[in-house]
Design a protein around this ligand. Structure first.
Ligand SMILES: [Mg+2]
Ligand SMILES: [Zn+2]
Length: 189
C-alpha cells in the first residue's frame, strides 16, 4: 500500500454512462447519456479514478462474446474521450450468470456479479483504492449493494430506472448530478 491510497468513482455502464439497449455486443448501438462524458471529465479533474463496473451476463447466456464486451467498452471509452476529453481509468465486467447461462464456463456462482462487490475489491487491490473514501454511481439496486458489499462506508448515488427501488444513499437524476455532489463532498473532506 502506498501512503496515500487513491479514491475512485465506480460507475455502472449501461443506463448510467450510455443508454440501456438490452444485451449489447454491437458498438454501433452505444449512445452516451447527456453530460455523462462531461461528468467523467470532471472526475478526472478532481483526481479521482473513474472505474467502470458492469454485469455482462449476455456472455454466459451465449448472446455475445467477451471480445464483444471489450469492443463495446472501448467504444464507450472512445466516445467519452471524443465528447469531453474524458478518461475512463479501467473497466471491469462480470461475464457470469449463476443459473441462466448457456456457456458452461461462465455459468456459475461468482464473486464479481453485482450485487457482489468482487469487481470493486479487485479494482481496489489493483489500483490501491481506499474503498471507504470512494463513490459508486449506478441506476440499479445491485450497484448500491455491490458498493456496500465492497465497503459499507462507500457512498452510493442512484439514478432513476426500473431497477432502482430507492436503495442508494443519495438519489440523483444523472451521473452529472452525482459528480456535482461528489465534488462538494470532496471539498469538505
Ligand atoms: Mg445499469
Ligand atoms: Zn462474475
Amino acid at each position: 500500500m502506498t501512503p496515500f491510497p487513491r479514491k475512485a468513482v465506480f460507475i455502472d455502464r449501461d443506463g448510467t454512462i450510455n443508454h440501456q439497449v438490452g444485451y449489447c455486443g454491437d458498438p454501433a448501438r452505444i449512445v452516451l447519456i447527456d453530460n455523462a462524458a462531461r461528468a467523467i471529465a470532471r472526475i478526472n479533474e478532481m483526481g479521482l479514478l473513474a472505474v467502470v463496473v458492469t454485469n455482462q451476463s449476455a456472455v454466459a447466456r451465449g448472446l455475445i462474446t467477451e471480445a464483444q464486451v471489450r469492443r463495446v467498452n472501448s467504444e464507450v471509452a472512445l466516445k467519452v474521450a471524443q465528447e469531453a476529453g474524458a478518461r475512463i481509468d479501467a473497466f471491469y465486467y462480470c461475464p457470469h450468470h449463476p443459473t441462466e447461462g448457456n456457456v458452461a464456463e461462465f455459468t456459475r456462482q461468482c464473486d464479481c456479479r453485482k450485487p457482489h462487490g468482487g469487481m470493486l475489491r479487485k479494482a481496489a487491490k489493483e489500483f490501491d483504492i481506499a474503498l471507504e473514501e470512494s463513490f459508486m454511481v449506478g441506476d440499479a439496486d445491485i450497484d448500491h449493494q455491490a458498493a456496500k458489499d465492497a465497503h459499507p462506508e462507500l457512498v452510493t448515488f442512484s439514478l432513476p430506472s426500473t431497477y432502482n427501488h430507492g436503495l442508494g444513499d443519495v438519489q440523483v437524476a444523472s451521473l452529472w448530478q452525482a459528480v456535482e455532489q461528489i465534488s462538494q463532498i470532496m471539498a469538505v473532506r
